[in-house]
Each structure stands twice: as structure tokens, then as C-alpha cells.
Design a protein. Structure first.
Lengths: 259, 277
């Protein structure tokens, strides 16, 4: 009985991964043939990019501020509070900026994609779209995918910048340190591999958010309850996957650039 | 009343071959078969009415006809192409030749009635002026021209169904698939919709597959014709029925009846008798 259950679950997981791979492949492949729905891309870019800017900006700012508070307290024990800027900028750009932005955007947009497409499935709008001769993957998924990858890249830069500013605010106004020193430390010890590491991660995270959100949305079954289920699955899966992929990318990047 | 003068009648297919053929089609979804060994065809000017109780697989049958579901076995020929062996990417072009009216309309709720009706035309980058003209034309056909700029959320169930019909007919399809177009509607609205379907059948001679569980709608389709002079439906002389309107009946996933109204009412099949009674 237990073995049968394990067997069923394993098959289900393998089939889901297979379906997801084929789905993501189709979504990417659509970029190389016509029609490409650029208007939908711009609409989604606005929803995902402009719509998420405020939360990303705030999350980045306060994360940087908290980093400065915590690191200054620890560094003070070694008389090294002067390197707070370096610590904040490195951590924000290499790790926290991309990951936090990814998770924030995942919570906001993977859920919205899953629920929007899920609702369209249960009200037969997806079937209607297919019946009208329009490919839902091409029309709905590919523009979201491109828009999320593009906008997450820029949102991460915003998050990094505001994180460093948040750290500066704490360092200068709360810890009473020198602002020039903070920014000088933040800038001087930053190298291209660090920036590259921070800017490669959002490309993967953006792909994960959009593809997982749309995948679960389009697989919705079971009416409105199913929409809720798809939304949860999309947020949980994309958030976990963002962190797992972040670990893998960090390993690869650190090994490659030896930093 | 509905205006008939505006739509350009489309040229029907020159061929006499059936536009849709089902051969031994079976399908199941994680359980017992929903449809089993279904064989029938729809001729070039034929209207086939699919009857059967709720949950018997009528909507699945319609979705199979348009390639929205893939059968487990058997073959389906749509305009001569075997859609079971056709890739999804190739199906989109084929589906553009059909019109489908979904059970609840399935209108895109974030788009206006204009954009819903013109959905295909917008994707084909037809100029806006032409789109507006054709949408007005299609909406006039269903008697809802005033809803041009409305959102589906502000329409009643019957109006949504009529907009869905306008959307399905705007490109003058070669086959129309109606999924319970009168389900859940009041008798007056149902009659309006049946009249529209009848007009499409009699004025434009478009073949269709009509799913319903309402016997009165099915019988009205058979015993009436659309009169372009009075712009409404009129009863055929007593004893006459529309020769191109025939019936299919499903029960427990199987096709238990395929024939005319006369054959239907004289059927000895116990389920058919029970259904009719």
C-alpha cells in the first residue's frame, strides 16, 4: 500500500517536471516565430515592473538598513565598523538584492499569474482562446516570461541601490559614521564578478516566477478552490526554486571567479 | 427583433463531403470512459442536435470536435484533416474556420464587448475601422449593437450568450459548435437564441453541432424555419420538419441514437423513450 503510494507520487512528480519542461520550452520557442505579442509584453512589463517597484524599493531599503544595524553591532566588537559599507553593498548586490527581489516579485506576480490564468481556465476563457485560433502559451505566457525576466533585472538594480542607501542612512544618521567612508568602502571593494553574480540571478528568478506562475495557472482544475490551490503552489514552488537556484548559481559563480 | 440584412452570406463549401466525421472515438479522464466508440458525421449544410442528460459527455464531444481535447482512440476529421494526428500548433489555423459558443459564453472579462467579438480580427491585425464595422454588423445580427463598449460583467446571462454567438460568427465560420447555448436562460431569451441559431442555419446554411438537454429547443429547431421577410422564425406546415436538422443522443458515454426527429419520437429504445417522456 505504502509502496503503491510512493510509486504514484514519484510518477506524479516526474510527470509534472516533464510537463513543466515542455511548457517552458514551448514558451521560450515562441520567441523565435511569429506572431510575437509585443503589446502584451509592454502591458505585463508595466504590471510587473512598475507595479512591483514600490515594494521592491521599500524591501531593499529596509533590508540594507537592517544589514547596517546588525553588521555594525558585530563589526564593532573587532573595531571594524568602518567596513559596514563594504559589507552592506557586497551582501545586497551579490545575494540579498536578487533573492529578496525575486521572492517579493514571486509573492506578488507568480500568485497573480496563477490566479489570473487559473480563473481563465475555470471559466473556459482559455478554451475559448484556443477555439478562436490563438495559442494561449504564445499570447499569455511568453509575454509574461519576457516581461518578468526583463523587469526583474531592473528591479534588482533598484533594490540593490536602495539597499545601499538604507545602509547609508543607518550608518550616517544612527551610527554617526562618515558617509564618504561608507560609500567609498561600498564602491571600492566591489568588482565586476560581484555585479555579474547579482545580475545573472534575477534572469533565472524571473524565468522561474513567470514560468511556474503560468504553468500552475494553466493546470488549474476544480473551480475557484482549484484557483486558490494553484496560486499557493505557484508561490511556494517559485519561492523555493528561486532559493535553490540561487544556491547553485552562487556555487558556480564563486567557483568560477574565485570570489 | 433581430436584423438580418447586414451580414454578408458566406460562400458555403462547394464539397458535399461531411465537414466533421467522428470514427470510433473514445476518451476517458482518470476513470471510466466519458465517451466510448462514438461514430457520426456532420454534412455540409447539416445541423446535428446532440441530446442527453447532464454529465453524459456532450460538452466533451463538442470540445473533441474542435480539437480542444484529444481522444484516447479513434479518429476525428475536421474539414478533411485528421485532427487527432494534427499538432496543436497546426490546429490553430483549422480552428479559425470554426465558430464555438461556450456554455457560459466564456467571454474575456477584461475586454469590452467590441474587443471580445473582434478578438480574432484584432489578432490578425485587421484595421480598426474595419473591425468596428464588422463588430457592429455582428452585434446587430444578435440584436445587441448598444453593448459595443460594455464589459461582459455588466451584461445579463442571455446577453453574454448572444455576444458569444456574435464572436463565434464574425469570421463566417464553416462549422459552428454550440455548447448548451440556452442552458440556464429564461424561455424568452432561449427563444431569441434559438432564433439566432436557426437564422444561421437557414440564411447562411452553416453546418452546426448543437448540444442541448432542452427538448423544446431541439424540437423548435426541427419544426420551424427562419423567415427573412418577417425577420423571425415561423412554424413549418404540420407534419413537416427541417430535413437538415437531425439528432444524436448520448447515454452513459455511448451514442444510442442517430437519426431524424421522426425516428427519434418513434424510437423503441427505453432510454430515448424515458428521455422524451
Amino acid at each position: 500500500m505504502a509502496i503503491a503510494q510512493i510509486d504514484r507520487t514519484a510518477k506524479h512528480i516526474v510527470l509534472t517536471v516533464q510537463d513543466y519542461s515542455r511548457f517552458a520550452y514551448r514558451a521560450v520557442l515562441n520567441l523565435f516565430s511569429r506572431p510575437i505579442y509585443w503589446v502584451d509584453f509592454l502591458l505585463q512589463a508595466e504590471i510587473i515592473g512598475v507595479g512591483s517597484a514600490a515594494i521592491v524599493l521599500l524591501a531593499g531599503f529596509f533590508t540594507g538598513a537592517v544589514l547596517a544595524v546588525q553588521s555594525a553591532a558585530t563589526l564593532a566588537q573587532f573595531g571594524a565598523t568602518a567596513v559596514t559599507g563594504r559589507f552592506v553593498s557586497m551582501t545586497m548586490i551579490r545575494e540579498l538584492g536578487p533573492v529578496l527581489t525575486g521572492i517579493m516579485v514571486s509573492g506578488r506576480n507568480a500568485s497573480s499569474m496563477a490566479s489570473e490564468l487559473g480563473s481563465m481556465v475555470v471559466t473556459e476563457q482559455i478554451d475559448a482562446m484556443r477555439a478562436l485560433g490563438v495559442d494561449p502559451v504564445r499570447k499569455l505566457v511568453t509575454p509574461r516570461l519576457v516581461a518578468t525576466v526583463t523587469m526583474l533585472f531592473f528591479l534588482t538594480i533598484i533594490s540593490d541601490a536602495f539597499g545601499i542607501l538604507g545602509g547609508a542612512g543607518v550608518t550616517i544618521f544612527m551610527n554617526g559614521q562618515n558617509g564618504t567612508q561608507y560609500f567609498s568602502e561600498a564602491y571600492q571593494y566591489l568588482h565586476y564578478p560581484d555585479i555579474l553574480q547579482g545580475l545573472v540571478k534575477p534572469l533565472f528568478s524571473g524565468f522561474i516566477i513567470a514560468s511556474i506562475g503560468c504553468f500552475y495557472g494553466l493546470r488549474t482544475t476544480g473551480g475557484t478552490q482549484g484557483v486558490g490551490r494553484s496560486t499557493i503552489q505557484a508561490v511556494v514552488s517559485s519561492s523555493v526554486l528561486i532559493i535553490v537556484v540561487d544556491l547553485l548559481l552562487s556555487q558556480i559563480m564563486v567557483a568560477t571567479f574565485n570570489r | 427583433m433581430i436584423d438580418t440584412s447586414i451580414l454578408t452570406p458566406y460562400a458555403p463549401l462547394p464539397s458535399t463531403d461531411p465537414v466533421l466525421i467522428f470514427r470510433k472515438v473514445s476518451i476517458a479522464f482518470d476513470g471510466p470512459p466519458v465517451l466510448e466508440d462514438i461514430t457520426f458525421s456532420v454534412g455540409p449544410h447539416e445541423t446535428r442536435i446532440v441530446l442527453g442528460p447532464a454529465g453524459v459527455g456532450k460538452s466533451v464531444l463538442l470540445k473533441l470536435a474542435n480539437g480542444l481535447h484529444c481522444p484516447d482512440s479513434g479518429s476525428i476529421l475536421l474539414f478533411g484533416d485528421d485532427i487527432v494526428r494534427t499538432r496543436e500548433s497546426k490546429m490553430f489555423a483549422l480552428r479559425k474556420r470554426t465558430g464555438m459558443v461556450f456554455q457560459e459564453g466564456a467571454l474575456f472579462d477584461s475586454l469590452t464587448v467590441r474587443d471580445n467579438v473582434a478578438y480574432q480580427l484584432i489578432q490578425e491585425l485587421v484595421p480598426d475601422d474595419e473591425i468596428d464595422l464588422r463588430v457592429h454588423e455582428a452585434l446587430r445580427f444578435v440584436g445587441l449593437e448598444e453593448t459595443f463598449g460594455f464589459y461582459p460583467g455588466s451584461l445579463s446571462g442571455g446577453m453574454r450568450r448572444r455576444v458569444a454567438i456574435a464572436r463565434a460568427l464574425i469570421r463566417h465560420p464553416e462549422l459552428v459548435l454550440y455548447d448548451s447555448p440556452t442552458g440556464g436562460l429564461d424561455p424568452v431569451t432561449s427563444t431569441t437564441i434559438i432564433e439566432l441559431i436557426m437564422k444561421q442555419r437557414d440564411v447562411y446554411t452553416t453546418p452546426s453541432l448543437l448540444v442541448t438537454h432542452r427538448l423544446q429547443d431541439a424540437f423548435t429547431m426541427c419544426t420551424h424555419r427562419f423567415d427573412t421577410e418577417t425577420n423571425g422564425m415561423v412554424r413549418l406546415p404540420k407534419g413537416e420538419t427541417d430535413p437538415n436538422t437531425t439528432f444524436l443522443m448520448l447515454n452513459e458515454g455511448r451514442l444510442i441514437f442517430d437519426g431524424s426527429l421522426h425516428d427519434l419520437v418513434h424510437s423503441k429504445d427505453p432510454f430515448v423513450r424515458e428521455f422524451l417522456d
